[in-house]
Design a protein around this ligand. Sequence first.
Ligand SMILES: Nc1ncnc2c1ncn2[C@@H]1O[C@H](COP(=O)(O)OP(=O)(O)OP(=O)(O)O)[C@@H](O)[C@H]1O
Ligand SMILES: [Mg+2]
Length: 321
Amino acid sequence: MAPLLSVESLRTQFATSAGVVRAVDGLSFAIDRGEVLGLVGESGCGKSVTSLSIMRLVPPPGAIVGGSIRLDGDDLLDKDAEAMRRVRGARIGMVFQEPMTSLNPVFTIGDQIAAAVLAHAGGSRRAAWECAVEMLDHVQVPSPRERARDYPHQLSGGLRQRAMIALALAPGPQLLIADEPTTALDVTIQAQILDLLRRLQAERGMAVLLITHDLGVVAELCHRVAIIYAGRIVEMAPVASIFSEPLHPYTRGLLRCLPHPSRFGQPLSSIDGAPPDLRQANGGCRFAPRCPLVQERCRHDEPALAERKPGHVVACPVVTV
Ligand SMILES: Nc1ncnc2c1ncn2[C@@H]1O[C@H](COP(=O)(O)OP(=O)(O)OP(=O)(O)O)[C@@H](O)[C@H]1O
Ligand SMILES: [Mg+2]
């Protein structure tokens, strides 16, 4: 069966006075129904721009300049603004690091969730309100009937995050995009929110694109993971294979940066060098200047993703399996 979401050769750029920033530059991946895909990479590598591109919410001076995005076979780049609003209202839900980007400070959370329900399913205001209370209960907000009458600022950070998740899920989306949903929360609350996302995903069987720079979060939640570097995917594989047999030198570097009990007391390693300037296209592998395995050909041939083991693709012809 065709995947639920398929992104092919996506290119999104920002035309700034300092030059064209190629934030997403030939990015391809697919998500199946009910699948949780992690998108992982360093800060600035294009994770958020990828999710904004899928939602068609790239802010100016940014624009999608190439590629295709299909949801259930539907070409999202072909839709007009009104049709795209309907997709966002019903078929794709989104949660962010900062709940106040989707919660409106001047309405109670119950009103906001009820409005999302009304817009999607219609019915009476009273039924929509009941549905909002149920959603809050579903995301384990205590005393949901009382909390529904609260304004966002009256809730703690963790409860606000739950309210945002309830809002995103109210229309029953096929796909949830979660961009660093737990990064701003303290560790205990992070774990609770991850548990909640795992439970909701399993109950609803929805697909999730989980964006994070935290490989620990990936290990807990994802079925597959895509590693992104400078606007392109360099490796994609089932979670277990990424942790047990990472292939791309960048992925190996990322994994070495993880704290590990056997390395207690030793400094964390980090990958030498900095990500490339996205305003320059050098033609070769973007990781070449930082790569311990670099060869001459890497500096001018852009490596394509190739399947090196079943279900495990990598954009590095040098690394040996
Ligand atoms: N409005 C903008 N104008 C110009 N460049 C932008 C704009 N928004 C993003 N970019 C550039 O696009 C690139 C990708 O940014 P993006 O926000 O997707 O990174 P990210 O992977 O989400 O990073 P982080 O982990 O810090 O959230 C960055 O180099 C960034 O500077
Ligand atoms: Mg981001």
